[in-house]
Ligand binder design. Structure first.
Ligand SMILES: *[C@@H]1O[C@H](CO)[C@@H](O)[C@H](O)[C@H]1NC(C)=O
Ligand SMILES: *[C@@H]1O[C@H](CO)[C@@H](O)[C@H](O)[C@H]1NC(C)=O
Ligand SMILES: *[C@@H]1O[C@H](CO)[C@@H](O)[C@H](O)[C@H]1NC(C)=O
Ligand SMILES: *[C@@H]1O[C@H](CO)[C@@H](O)[C@H](O)[C@H]1NC(C)=O
Ligand SMILES: *[C@@H]1O[C@H](CO)[C@@H](O)[C@H](O)[C@H]1NC(C)=O
Ligand SMILES: *[C@@H]1O[C@H](CO)[C@@H](O)[C@H](O)[C@H]1NC(C)=O
Ligand SMILES: *[C@@H]1O[C@H](CO)[C@@H](O)[C@H](O)[C@H]1NC(C)=O
Ligand SMILES: *[C@@H]1O[C@H](CO)[C@@H](O)[C@H](O)[C@H]1NC(C)=O
Ligand SMILES: *[C@@H]1O[C@H](CO)[C@@H](O)[C@H](O)[C@H]1NC(C)=O
Length: 586
């Protein structure tokens, strides 16, 4: 009989002395979802995605910080990770997936207590607990990925501040210096939520079996936290039960054991089995088909969802085409990426272990790519699709077909006039497609090594070689055809007098000095001629060329024969040739 008496006596004595928390002699702070229930049982909520001080000891500099992040809606944040910041030793972080880092490095924690930098860490199925002491007061921090609960004995000399001490002025305890985490996203209200029904559901904390705890732990802040959150965020991922569980744990801490509360509150499947599941920073663990899986955080996913896309955009680079699908978007639609492939079944996707992006790609015409040609572009098209030759009787996969393509835009008509002796013209054909450049250079030797520079002297009847070179095209698939080249005595390509060197892809039959080499055979070609000047003119010569791209499956080599001008074979011709000019003055 003596013991209980002494115990009660001790409690009342403590509550007389220690008035910093709720008067019970111990301090409890609960952070669940966006809400904070502080030591004085005040409930407030965080509405942005910043880091906040939960508990800070002015005497030692110790600080417990919480970072908040959005989940399915951009305008509601959830406590996402905790940082224990000891001014004199390494930081410890409690993260999603029951993970722990010490000084940034992951450590494995299990049910037996291990001590890191004076902090006792342990883990059970429900979450991770860190226990330590701050200037003589013992503090215990529990975190399960959705709820953080902080307990400490009410200290004699109370030197603390933070949201757990007083949550009334939330913004004053924001730590993030970068204001981008405060940006407010205007997500429309969820009109499927019935707030009065939510209020009724949250009120369950006032009835049995919870009522047996009501005198020890005031249910009202928990009810308010539940009601306020679920009135704007859907009851998914076990959210309602999360608030009820937070209350049950607080009761447990006050020695009230709530029998069968899960059954009573219909929380038998309290939340998706997330446990140790590791999602990356743009994902969180949530419910997918009654199980736990990595879902996309909404700020990351928003741009995809707006356009109803699973990934992208197509990346066309170095003649490779690739499309990346977002792992968490596939998860949400229960699409197994290993069952997806390109036209050629052997071309499957590769998942990056960190970003969870699943990348499909082809190079040129590989992987069953279909190559088609229009008047101004050559298109390389493939698609990501589900296996259809499946031998299974049933399938739970949606049929998927995501077409993606890269194109070679045929160079556009452009006058690249460069004044005299420029010797090199580089024109980048910028398309949303494969990038390649077209260069025109003049040389004074047949091996095309002596570039004509602004200082070079060009004599009449001197032989000149002009190279039309492209860089970045896939020579297995396309070739470049010089359609025509002509000279004028000024910058205007359409001026007169005009002298033809190449016509319809062939040397001007009337000028025996013109030789055309490799036209239509590859991604570069050249021609040569003997220098001349315009008889009644200033002595300037400007050279202009029109180029074409041709898909190699066609015959791209112009049919020419000396002395006879044939009708154009015209396979390579189109309406949008590239146009390059260069000039000399004598
Ligand atoms: C502990 O707190 C007291 C004030 O309550 C302070 O005087 C003392 O320096 C603190 N101890 C440490 C180790 O910071
Ligand atoms: C916990 O981990 C420690 C160190 O890794 C190991 O020595 C111990 O056996 C583990 N305990 C259990 C119960 O797995
Ligand atoms: C509380 O503070 C007072 C005055 O600063 C000091 O004398 C006393 O030792 C402190 N008590 C504890 C437990 O730190
Ligand atoms: C909240 O804190 C900020 C910054 O510390 C302060 O400017 C503001 O007046 C405070 N608001 C209230 C209501 O105390
Ligand atoms: C909202 O819920 C309340 C209580 O469950 C119910 O009486 C009411 O009809 C519901 N309102 C709508 C629009 O469903
Ligand atoms: C529940 O929350 C909503 C939104 O914050 C509020 O309008 C309503 O009064 C609350 N109901 C109760 C019973 O607290
Ligand atoms: C393009 O594809 C080839 C062959 O598939 C590969 O070797 C190369 O690394 C790829 N380049 C890029 C930029 O992806
Ligand atoms: C796919 O790969 C298998 C095995 O490597 C090979 O036998 C088959 O010919 C390939 N199919 C195609 C369409 O390339
Ligand atoms: C095209 O390639 C050139 C050279 O590699 C580069 O300087 C240019 O920025 C590229 N353009 C685009 C649009 O990627």
């Amino acid at each position: 009989m003596l013991r209980p008496f002494l115990y009660l006596c001790a409690i009342s004595a403590l509550s007389g002395v220690y008035g910093n928390c709720d008067g019970s002699g111990s301090c409890l702070c609960t952070v669940t979802g966006p809400t904070v229930i502080d030591f004085k049982r005040q409930m407030n909520s965080v509405s942005d995605r910043c880091e906040y001080s939960l508990l800070h000891d002015q005497s030692t500099g110790f600080s417990l910080k919480a970072n908040f992040l959005e989940r399915r809606r951009r305008d509601v944040s959830f406590v996402d990770s905790l940082t224990l910041d000891f001014s004199d030793s390494e930081d410890i972080q409690l993260l999603q997936g029951h993970r722990v880092t010490v000084a940034g490095s992951p450590v494995t924690v299990n049910s037996s207590v291990q001590t890191f930098s004076g902090v006792d860490l342990s883990k059970d199925q429900t979450g991770v607990t860190a226990s330590f002491s701050v200037n003589g007061s013992s503090v215990s921090v529990f975190f399960d990925g959705t709820t953080a609960q902080i307990y400490m004995a009410d200290p004699v000399n109370f030197t603390y501040d933070g949201l757990c001490v007083d949550s009334n002025n939330v913004s004053s305890l924001r730590l993030s210096s970068d204001t981008s985490c405060q940006f407010k996203y205007p997500d429309p209200a969820d009109n499927t939520i019935n707030c009065s029904a939510v209020a009724q559901q949250c009120d369950v904390l006032k009835s049995a079996p919870f009522s047996s705890c009501n005198s020890k732990v005031d249910p009202q802040p928990y009810i308010n936290a539940c009601n306020e959150t679920l009135c704007k965020y859907p009851d998914v991922d076990g959210l309602r039960c999360q608030f009820i569980q937070a209350y049950a744990k607080a009761c447990e801490k006050s020695q009230v054991n709530l029998q069968s509360w899960m059954t009573e509150a219909q929380c038998l499947q309290p939340k998706p089995v997330c446990g140790d599941r590791i999602c990356n920073s743009h994902e969180f663990c949530g419910e997918i088909n009654y199980n736990g899986g990595c879902r996309c955080r909404e700020i990351f996913a928003f741009v995809y969802r707006q356009s109803n896309l699973l990934g992208g955009p197509t990346v066309c680079k170095d003649n490779n085409a690739s499309l990346s699908l977002v792992g968490c978007l596939l998860n949400e639609k229960s699409i197994d990426y290993t069952l997806l492939h390109l036209n050629d079944k052997n071309c499957t996707g590769v998942m990056d272990p960190d970003s969870h992006m699943v990348t499909f790609g082809f190079n040129g015409d590989s992987c069953g790519t279909k190559v088609t040609e229009t008047s101004n572009q050559i298109i390389y098209k493939n698609g990501i699709m589900t296996s259809n030759g499946s031998s299974e009787v049933i399938t739970r996969q949606d049929e998927i077909y995501i077409e993606f393509s890269c194109i070679n835009k045929k160079p556009e008509m452009q006058t690249v006039v460069f004044r005299i002796q420029g010797s090199t013209v580089v024109q980048y054909i910028k398309s949303e497609v494969w990038n390649y450049s077209v260069t025109m250079k003049a040389f004074t030797d047949g091996s095309r090594t002596q570039v004509l520079t602004p200082d070079s002297e060009v004599k009449l009847n001197q032989r000149i070689w002009v190279e039309l070179e492209t860089d970045g095209l896939n020579g297995d698939l396309v070739s470049v055809v010089t359609d025509s080249c002509w000279a004028t005595d000024n910058q205007m390509s359409n001026s007169t007098p005009k002298y033809d060197l190449i016509m319809d892809g062939c040397a001007n039959p009337d000028d025996q000095t013109v030789y055309v080499g490799g036209n239509g055979e590859g991604t570069s070609n050249y021609f040569s001629f003997n220098m001349f000047r315009f008889s009644r003119s200033t002595g300037e010569v400007y050279l202009h060329c029109k180029l074409q791209l041709c898909a190699k499956k066609n015959n791209c080599v112009p049919a020419c024969s000396r002395g006879v001008r044939r009708r154009r074979s015209a396979k390579y011709r189109d309406e949008a040739p590239a146009f390059l000019s260069m000039g000399w003055s004598h």
